[in-house]
Design a protein around this ligand. Structure first.
Ligand code: MEV
Length: 425
C-alpha cells in the first residue's frame, strides 16, 4: 500500500482507478462502481470531459436547474443554475416572480475594462526607466499586433499600458499596468499572451521580469442592477415595517464584516450558479467580487437598500469578468445550452443577468431572514436530502413529506418520524 505515486499522469484511466481503489477505498468494488457510474457512457462526451483537465477518473455532478420568469430591462429571461445547495434555485425563482409583478429588474454595465500586469524589479535610475518606457511603449503595443488582430476586429484590444512605480510598497518593484477590452470573451488567455509578449521586450533590454499575469480584480469591469417599487406594493401586512427592516438588514451587512461575508456569500450563491452553468470561471469572479467588497478598507455589502419618497430601492454593483465566447462556453455542451436558454447573450448582457441573479438571491435571503427566518424554507428543501441520507424509500418519502407540511423540519424530527413508520410505533 503506497499513498504516493510516480508518473500518475501517464497511467491509463483504468490504472488510475485501480491505484485509487487499492489504496483508498473501503470497498474496492463499491468505489470503482461509483466512479464508473459517474462516467458518461457516450465515449466521445467523456473524452471531452477527460480533456478539460488532467488525471480525470470520473465526473462530479452538480444539479443543473432553471429559475424562470426573470424580467430584466423589460426582457423575459429563464436562468440556468448549476448548484448543489438546497433552496438557492427556489429562492431565485421566488424573487424573479415577485419582481416580475413589480416592473422587473433594471441593469446596466458601467464599464468593461480588464487589467493585466507585468511585474518587474528595477534598481537603476527612475528617470531613465520612465524615459525608456516612453520610448518603447509604441513598440510594446505593436509587438502584440498579431495576438490582438482578431480582437481589434471585434472592437477590443489593448486600451493602454502604464508604468507604475510601486517602490514605496516594495523595494525596486515596478509594474506595467495594462488595460484591455476583450469583447464577448472573458479574455484570460488573450490578456496573458499580450502580457508575455510585452514582457519579452523588457527582458530583451535586460529588465528583470518577475511575472506577467492578468488580474482577477476588475473594478472597471462592473455592472449595476436594481429593483424598486412603491412600498405599498409589498404584499405584507405592514409594508413600511417590512421595507424598513430590510433596509436595516442591508445596513448591518455594510457595517459589520461578520455579517457582510455571509450576506455576500448569499449573493454569490446566485452568481456562481449562473457562472458555472455558462462555463465561466466562478473562482475568478468570486475573488474579484470579494476584493471589491473590501475596496474601501473594510469588507462591506455588495448590495445597497434604501427607502426614498415612499419607494423601496434595492441594488447591486459588482465587478464581473465574463465571456460568452471562448473558454468552456461553447465547448461544454451544457454551457452551450445555458447560453441558448439565455438567448445567446453578449458578455455585456450576461453581466447584467448574473448581477440580477445575485440581487435576486440576496432579496430572497434578506426577506426570509427578516420575516420567517431562513430555516423554514431551507429545511423544507433540505428534507429531501435528509430522507436520502436516512435511505427512505419512495413510500416513506411521500408519507413524511406530507406529514411535515407546514411544520419545522429537523434531522432528528425526520429520523423519529421515519423510525415510527418503520417500527409501527
Ligand atoms: C446561505 O447559503 C446563504 C445565506 O446565509 C445568505 C444570507 O445570510 O444572507 C442565507
Amino acid at each position: 500500500m503506497s499513498k504516493t505515486v510516480k508518473g500518475f499522469s501517464k497511467f491509463s484511466k483504468e490504472e488510475k482507478i485501480n491505484w485509487l481503489a487499492s489504496n483508498f477505498f473501503r470497498s474496492e468494488k463499491e468505489g470503482k462502481k461509483v466512479l464508473s457510474q459517474y462516467l458518461n457512457q457516450d465515449e466521445e462526451l467523456q473524452q471531452l470531459h477527460d480533456e478539460f483537465i488532467e488525471n480525470t477518473v470520473s465526473n462530479f455532478y452538480v444539479p443543473y436547474a432553471i429559475a424562470p420568469n426573470f424580467l430584466i430591462n423589460g426582457k423575459a429571461y429563464t436562468i440556468p443554475m448549476a448548484i448543489e445547495e438546497s433552496s438557492v434555485v427556489a429562492a431565485a425563482s421566488l424573487s424573479a416572480k415577485f419582481w416580475s409583478e413589480r416592473g422587473g429588474f433594471s441593469a446596466r454595465v458601467i464599464s468593461m475594462t480588464k487589467v493585466g500586469q507585468v511585474h518587474f524589479m528595477y534598481s537603476g535610475d527612475k528617470e531613465d526607466l520612465i524615459r525608456y518606457f516612453e520610448e518603447v511603449k509604441p513598440e510594446l503595443i505593436r509587438g502584440t499586433d498579431d495576438i490582438t488582430e482578431n480582437m481589434r476586429k471585434r472592437g477590443g484590444g489593448i486600451v493602454d499600458v502604464v508604468l507604475r512605480n510601486k517602490t514605496e510598497k516594495l523595494d525596486n518593484y515596478y509594474q506595467l499596468h495594462v488595460t484591455f477590452e476583450t469583447g464577448d470573451s472573458m479574455g484570460a488567455n488573450f490578456i496573458n499572451s499580450c502580457l508575455e509578449s510585452i514582457a519579452r521586450t523588457f527582458e530583451r533590454d535586460d529588465i528583470e521580469i518577475v511575472m506577467s499575469i492578468l488580474s482577477n480584480y476588475v473594478p472597471e469591469c462592473r455592472v449595476y442592477a436594481e429593483v424598486s417599487c412603491p412600498i405599498e406594493n409589498f404584499a405584507s401586512e405592514r409594508p413600511e415595517f417590512f421595507a424598513q427592516k430590510f433596509v436595516q438588514a442591508v445596513a448591518i451587512a455594510d457595517a459589520e464584516p461578520y455579517r457582510a461575508v455571509t450576506h455576500n456569500k448569499g449573493i454569490m450563491n446566485g452568481i456562481d450558479a449562473v457562472i458555472l452553468a455558462t462555463g465561466n470561471d466562478f473562482r475568478a469572479v468570486a475573488a474579484g467580487a470579494h476584493a471589491y467588497a473590501s475596496c474601501n478598507g473594510t469588507y462591506k455589502s455588495l448590495t445597497q437598500a434604501r427607502v426614498e419618497d415612499g419607494k423601496f430601492v434595492f441594488s447591486i454593483e459588482i465587478p464581473l469578468s465574463l465571456g460568452t465566447v471562448g473558454g468552456l462556453t461553447k465547448l461544454h455542451p451544457l454551457a452551450r445550452l445555458s447560453l441558448e436558454i439565455l438567448q445567446n447573450p453578449t458578455a455585456e448582457e450576461l453581466m447584467q443577468i448574473v448581477a440580477v441573479a445575485g440581487l435576486a438571491q440576496n432579496f430572497a435571503a434578506i426577506r426570509a431572514l427578516t420575516t420567517t427566518g431562513i430555516q423554514q424554507g431551507h429545511m423544507k428543501m433540505h428534507l429531501k436530502n435528509i430522507l436520502n441520507q436516512l435511505e427512505a424509500n419512495l413510500h416513506e418519502k411521500e408519507l413524511i413529506t406530507k406529514s411535515f407540511q407546514g411544520k419545522t423540519v429537523s434531522h432528528s424530527a425526520v429520523a423519529e418520524a421515519l423510525h415510527k413508520i418503520r417500527t409501527g410505533h
